[in-house]
Design a protein around this ligand. Structure first.
Ligand code: G3H
Length: 483
């Protein structure tokens, strides 16, 4: 893949607007969490450049809305193929800019290709329905043809933790539904999305259908959100920014996938080995930098000691190290701010009486030691706030009812897990826990990506999951035949 410019042998990307690479006025550095040094350069787009990207997307709207489903599917398939041909190079870029262990980075690229391929299939299934008027008394005969139409220009704002996958989780359904896109990748690790733009250019995505502009969120994001020609904002990121977007979006359609505080409820009849393994995976995979990370484990008191020992044993199995090595599971955090935040949360918990069973400290660079905290109480900040670090938080609860009450004692409601062998309790907890989804005997998970995923309360609005995202990104239009 050819870059438009290289600065001191590091990749440097231009803006991708209207199917072309456009030289930006200003550039900014991308810092690798592995080396803590510059690993590339991307545009710091100006308001004028953001407006150009939106105008290109507006110009392409008609062509895209009129494109046949079969052609949209072909484009998505070509994008999937392009990704599969570049798995190695894309994985390396994600590893370098996100500090993501290479096995996880490779998984992310393959998962993204699968998303595109599935979206290609769904593009052909965006059907409507036929309604009759005879369900109401004395109604003249009418037929309504109800169809789904693209919303228009979708602004896709992606987070740092799955920089490629969560950008494409928006782009693919947007294109499947006949929309055009302006994508703002995460500021920490945007390079993989520019690589995707190059794949899109080569795959023949029509001009203006996909545009990529990077820069400081408070400037680029702000200018794009305020642009009246943007029809929809699809955002994944923090609740703080999501709330800000919601205040600014006015009449734009909104999809928000924000913070979480996913509980893992471990009941005394559960398979404790499975519960420990899955809760730990849920908490520390990709160093806990996931919106649906298990960030509270609510365990029934009678089994808490035995369970805590199993958790410590499980955490010790996770290999911390160099993200370039195939067997590394835990790498550095995304930046120094994130490291400091995790450390402060753990310190606050310790000060308020939590017991450190493992870790509890910074390591070299931006690494944080995989940590297990026991006896965490709701008064501690770590019991209420997102952690985004490799920390397992154990909270002891008296019984089942207290577990459900504690699970719901959060401003977030994204995802949850319950571990039990009692089918009645599994279903009861599944219904009563406030969350977009509840896993029975498994860690919280966004995938497989045809499943719905998203949250309630301060975790979000709407659902992702390819077909569900297509629904979010279309509007209902009806034609009524008066017979
Ligand atoms: O950060 C939120 C991600 O959507 C979580 O995805 O469940 O596949 O790790 P995952």
């Amino acid at each position: 893949m050819k870059y438009k410019r290289r600065v001191k042998s590091k990749p440097a990307y231009n803006l991708f607007i209207d199917g072309k690479w456009v030289k930006p006025k200003k550039m900014q550095e991308v810092i690798s969490p592995i080396t803590r040094k510059v690993c590339g350069y991307v545009p710091a787009a100006t308001v004028e450049e953001c407006n150009k990207a939106v105008s290109a997307a507006v110009k392409a709207k008609k062509k895209m809305a009129e494109m046949e489903a079969v052609e949209r599917a072909e484009i998505l398939d070509a994008l999937g193929k392009g990704l599969r041909e570049n798995v190695k190079s894309l994985s390396k870029i994600i590893m370098m800019e996100a500090g993501k262990p290479i096995s996880l980075a490779t998984g992310e690229v393959i998962r993204t290709a699968e998303t595109l391929e599935y979206a290609a299939e769904e593009a052909k299934r965006i059907d409507g329905e036929l309604l009759k008027s005879d369900s109401f008394p004395n109604m003249p005969k009418k037929l309504a043809l109800v169809v789904r139409q693209p919303v228009g220009v979708v602004l896709a704002i992606a987070p740092f933790n799955y920089p490629l996958n969560l950008a494409v989780a928006k782009i693919a359904p947007a294109l499947a539904a006949g929309n055009t896109v302006v994508c703002k990748p995460a500021s920490d690790d945007p390079m993989c999305v520019f690589e995707f733009a190059e794949i899109a250019r080569r795959a023949g995505v029509p001009k203006g259908v996909l545009n990529v502009v990077s820069g400081i969120g408070s400037e680029v994001g702000e200018s794009l959100i305020n642009n009246p020609k943007v029809d929809m904002v699809s955002f994944t990121g923090s609740t703080k920014i999501g709330k800000h977007i919601a205040e600014r979006a006015r009449f734009k359609k909104l999809h928000l996938e924000m913070g979480g505080k996913s509980p893992s409820v471990v009941l005394k009849d559960a398979n404790l080995d499975l519960a420990a393994k899955e809760s730990v995976k849920g908490a520390i995979k990709f160093s806990g930098q996931r919106c649906d990370a298990v960030s509270r484990v609510l365990v029934e008191s009678p089994i808490a000691n035995e369970f805590a020992k199993k958790v410590v044993k499980e955490v010790k199995k996770w290999k911390v190290g160099d993200p370039t090595k195939k067997d590394t599971q835990i790498g550095p955090l995304i930046n120094e701010r994130a490291l400091h935040r995790v450390d402060e949360l753990v310190k606050d918990a310790k000060k308020k009486g939590a017991k450190v069973l493992l870790g509890g400290k910074k390591l070299n660079g931006w690494y944080y030691a995989p940590t297990v905290l026991d006896y965490v109480t709701p008064k501690m900040e770590i019991a209420q706030e997102e952690i985004f670090g490799p920390v397992v938080v154990l909270m002891r609860v008296k019984n089942y009812e207290e577990a459900i009450k504690s699970a719901n004692n959060s401003r977030y409601a994204l995802h949850a897990s319950v571990f039990t062998n009692d089918i009645n309790k599994a279903i009861d907890a599944g219904m009563r826990i406030e969350a977009g989804g509840v896993q029975v005997n498994g860690a919280p998970s966004r995938g497989p990506d045809n499943f719905p995923f998203g949250g309630d309360k301060e975790s979000g609005i709407g659902r992702e999951g390819i077909r569900y995202t297509i629904h979010e990104m279309t509007k209902i239009h009806s034609i009524v035949l008066n017979l």
